[in-house]
Design a protein around this ligand. Structure first.
Ligand SMILES: [Cu+2]
Length: 169
């Protein structure tokens, strides 16, 4: 009986090793570098308004065992408007102007805030007015500085009254 136990031990160790490996791989898959999005919202629009703006908080947690990785939002996809662009506000001869940002860099461990009078996702050609209390889906395209198609993050955008407070989460 004791002998049989000893004989089985290598098998047990092999199994434990395998289980550990599988656990590490799935942990790696879950924690591969990504961005965390919170407080995603848009202001409700009047029926005559064809454009809208989306705001959110984007965190790059910078996973420790991968030493973190700088990421960037490279684009946006949504069905709610004809097109969506990454915009930034800037002063131009004393006038506040908005222009296309190209991409939003989010270095490892840092947080980027999209807010009124700052960075925002611009929605051009809304197919329907945005109604307060409703929400709509939008997808952020993520790049790692090398590949544009690094990943996608689906985000649900809460619609709040014009000038209203961001949602709690
Ligand atoms: Cu804009």
């Amino acid at each position: 009986m004791i002998l049989a136990l000893f004989e089985k031990r290598p098998v047990l160790f092999a199994w434990l090793a395998l289980i550990f490996m599988v656990a590490s791989i799935s942990a790696f898959a879950q924690e591969s570098p990504t961005l965390h999005v919170k407080k995603a919202y848009a202001f409700a629009t009047a029926p005559t308004q064809k454009n809208g703006a989306v705001f959110m908080t984007i965190e790059n947690p910078g996973i420790e065992h991968l030493s973190g990785r700088d990421l960037a939002v490279t684009g946006v996809q949504t069905d709610i408007a004809d097109r969506a662009e990454l915009h930034i506000m800037s002063m131009d001869n004393g006038v506040m102007m908005m222009r296309e940002a190209g991409q939003y860099s989010v270095p490892a461990g840092e947080t980027l805030t999209l807010e009124p009078m700052g960075r925002h996702i611009m929605l051009f050609g809304l197919k329907d007015p945005l109604k307060a209390g409703e929400s709509f889906p939008l997808t952020l395209l993520i790049g790692d500085g090398f590949s544009h198609g690094y990943g996608q993050i689906p985000v649900e955008i809460q619609i709040v009254p014009p000038g209203g407070e961001p949602p709690a989460e």
